[in-house]
Write a protein that binds this ligand. Structure first.
Ligand SMILES: C[S@@+](CC[C@H](N)C(=O)[O-])C[C@H]1O[C@@H](n2cnc3c(N)ncnc32)[C@H](O)[C@@H]1O
Length: 358
């Protein structure tokens, strides 16, 4: 009975908070990246599954929530954080090379000036030696990893993917563009480094190499988690293997969180739909967005895709919702259970006595 009353209390509190969040989102003028007319900011690193084109949409969703810290267990290129620019963030990825690059920018080890002269010099060698130069840098990187070499490889490899073999060695082939580092392109990359440096100098962001389980264990009330895992069964490599089992484990952990979360995953393409959505996320809120992937090693990875944004809060005021919302009920129940559970006070009421919150 006590648990039942607490449950109801929590439901009412969450409803009140939800109403406040929706009102706030309507009042606040959307800034830079919430606006469709502004192009998104582009990070210095490219990776498969990069959310450049969804960054504005995800930022807008995030701004409907009041949160103290932004937490990303799969930060990849960091494009979403770069566009949202939260004051505090915990940005994690299993790929130590990605995290090292962002840490090097943050610490001032990788400066715009250093990138400018490195890419200009190595770009000249690439122009002269082509393939031989690319493989020389790849070998150097694999024996002594450095962020400058990583950047060079990332921007001159085949289709800008990040892939490591089972021994942890970068194995993406040459992109066959000897003139890749023309002056304009180098300037573009240097500007991306400069922008990231500026953002990092004014924010309290922590970068960490971590498995998603460890990152989610750090999440606390007041955080907003954005999870963008690899697609199950695709992009499989040393730092990036992902199975249906991982996805189900992720779903379990996210649903137990005591804070809000946003998850992006693929919904469907012209050939098939993602059955894991129904299995793992049925009771939460879902929006669909069309997205075109430009980064991928094969044609089937560069394609039109319907992306799903799944949240444990109503995604936006009804008049702004595209696609459909599913399962508006479960969110309150899960959030209540999670909060009581984390406080060690939750006992699931017997069947039939479970109050329906909405
Ligand atoms: C789809 S990408 C994220 C893309 C990112 N949101 C962006 O827009 O650039 C998935 C990321 O998950 C990372 N990853 C793969 N398995 C992981 C795991 N078990 N724990 C943490 N990160 C993992 C990969 O290294 C990759 O950077």
């Amino acid at each position: 009975m006590k648990a039942h009353l607490e449950y109801k209390e929590r439901v009412n509190a969450l409803r009140a908070r939800e109403k406040e969040n929706v009102e706030r989102a309507e009042e606040e003028p959307a800034n830079h990246c919430g606006e469709k007319n502004f192009p998104p900011l582009v990070p210095p690193l490219k990776c498969q599954g990069i959310k450049t084109r969804l960054a504005g949409e995800i930022s807008r969703l995030a701004r409907t929530q009041r949160f103290e810290r932004w937490v990303e267990p799969f930060c990849g290129s960091c494009v979403v954080a770069l566009n949202l620019q939260p004051k505090k963030a915990l940005l994690c990825d299993a790929n130590v090379r990605i995290i090292r690059l962002y840490r090097d920018i943050q610490s001032g080890k990788l400066t715009p000036g250093a990138v400018q002269s490195f890419l200009a010099d190595e770009g000249e060698k690439l122009r002269a030696d082509g393939e031989a130069c690319y493989y020389r840098v790849r070998e150097r990187f694999n024996s002594h990893p450095s962020s400058l070499d990583f950047l060079f490889l990332n921007r001159s490899c085949f289709n800008g993917v990040i892939r490591f073999n089972r021994f942890g060695k970068f194995n993406v082939p040459y992109g066959h563009k000897p003139g890749r580092f023309a002056r304009a392109y180098v300037t573009k990359i240097v500007n991306q480094i400069r922008r990231m440096t500026e953002v990092l100098s004014t924010r309290e962001w922590t970068f960490a190499t971590a498995d998603f389980r460890a990152t989610l264990a750090e999440a606390k009330p007041g955080d907003l988690v954005y999870a963008d895992p690899p697609y199950a069964g695709r992009h499989v490599d040393y730092f990036n293997s992902w199975s249906a089992r991982d996805e189900t484990e992720l779903a379990g952990l996210l649903k137990q969180l005591s804070c809000a979360f946003i998850l992006s995953t693929w919904h469907s393409n012209e050939f098939r739909k993602n059955n894991l959505i129904e299995r793992n996320w049925n009771e939460l809120h879902l929006q669909r967005r069309e997205h075109f992937y430009h980064v991928g090693s094969t044609e089937d990875l560069r394609h039109r895709m319907i992306e799903a944004l799944i949240t444990n809060f109503p995604a936006c005021p009804p008049d702004r919702t595209e696609g459909g919302n599913i399962g508006a009920v479960g969110v309150f129940r899960e959030a209540c259970i999670a909060e009581l559970h984390s406080a060690g006070r939750w006992e699931r009421p017997r069947r039939g006595t479970d109050p329906t919150p909405c």
